[in-house]
Design a protein around this ligand. Structure first.
Ligand SMILES: [Fe+2]
Length: 176
């Protein structure tokens, strides 16, 4: 199997030896995280919120995306059975149950077992989330209402790409 990453013919690393990469390694993803093409932004169930997929990791049951919020107030009350990593690129948001605010540049680790209510502060926010396993929407008493996993996220994105003319299979570029 040829490996196009093994040789580089231009760019700043042209004279630097490239270590061998396993031919079994999946293809890398290099994308504009804050996409300029509006078709990349998948509308979320909540008005004023979009999801920009970056990776659907079907082996670990995880996904990475940028969440864009252009609204204020309640977004989602949910439970995480597995860890979440968040990095705020722009704007701010908080969890009603906490006394801190995630602001531009913040890193947040949401530990397994966490339940919280996401609240958007005024203005636009952009946050990279790396979510494992699933996200369980809950009511005020903590009872499960619905859940999202990497496969439902793939379905959601695929339907959106088909609707905006990119085609249902466009989602495959983000699946590993
Ligand atoms: Fe969360």
């Amino acid at each position: 199997m040829s490996n196009p990453r093994a040789t580089r013919t231009s760019g700043p690393s042209a004279t630097v030896p490239v270590p061998p990469t396993s031919p079994w390694s999946p293809e890398e993803i290099v994308e504009e995280a804050v996409a300029g093409d509006e078709r990349e932004w998948v509308p979320a169930s909540q008005a004023g919120v979009w999801i920009r997929p970056l990776l659907f990791d079907t082996v670990h049951g995880a996904w990475v995306n940028v969440v864009r919020m252009r609204t204020e107030g309640f977004i989602s009350r949910h439970h995480h059975p597995a860890p979440v990593h968040a990095h705020v690129l722009k704007g701010s948001w908080r969890y009603l149950e906490r006394d801190w605010v995630a602001t531009e540049g913040s890193y947040v680790f949401e530990p397994p077992g966490d339940t919280h209510t996401l609240w958007a502060n005024p203005g636009e926010s952009l946050t990279v989330f790396h979510i494992s396993a699933c996200l369980v929407e809950v009511d005020e008493a903590g009872n499960p209402l619905s859940h999202t996993d990497v496969f439902s996220r793939i379905e959601q994105a695929s339907r959106h790409y088909a609707a905006v003319g990119l085609g249902a299979d466009y989602v495959k570029k983000y699946i590993r």
